[in-house]
Design a binder for this molecule. Sequence first.
Ligand SMILES: Cc1cc2nc3c(=O)[nH]c(=O)nc-3n(C[C@H](O)[C@H](O)[C@H](O)COP(=O)(O)O)c2cc1C
Length: 185
Amino acid sequence: MPKHAKKDFPVTKVRRFIEPGPVVLVSSQYKGERDIMTMGWHMIMESSPSLIGCFIWDQNHSFNLIRRSKECVINLPTFDMVHTIIGIGNSHGPAPDKFAQFKLTAAPASKVDAPLIAECYANFECKLVDASLIKRYCLFVFEVVKAHVATTPRYPTTVHYRGDGVFMIAGRNVSYRKQFKRVNL
Ligand SMILES: Cc1cc2nc3c(=O)[nH]c(=O)nc-3n(C[C@H](O)[C@H](O)[C@H](O)COP(=O)(O)O)c2cc1C
């Protein structure tokens, strides 16, 4: 007997099953103007160098700031920030300034001009390394050039978007480390 009874499913909605990555807040700055957007569509493309592919819709104000400045910060918020995550995703720059609107602290980065969001668990300073897919797919390939990560807890309570306004909250962790081939760790 098959494990699951299945039915036809709209291909436009399969993303809900393969969007496990945490929702992040992307901060950017260009010529003194700054912005923040919520982002769920991203993927790891390489670990060394540390490459992350990000879908940034061209209708977002952040798209222009990031394309022009060629950099951004990917900030990792936690569940306690869920209303901020949604609020930022519901609003568009350039005004009002989202740092002020959502009472977030802009901290200086070390390798990019875009500000870090101090309230987030982690901040990854990124430089655009491949712009060739932006026009066709709104896909930015970034290299993380500096990472700031909280020392505790080890596994932050991140939120993961499942579509339709539903989030999965990071939960139980189980380690199967001993069963892994070293190269896959
Ligand atoms: C949970 C969630 C996930 C989102 N993921 C993305 C994404 O991956 N890419 C994107 O371009 N917009 C995404 N958005 C929409 C942007 O966050 C939204 O358009 C934002 O307001 C853009 O702000 P800006 O115009 O100031 O740049 C998401 C919104 C939410 C609430």
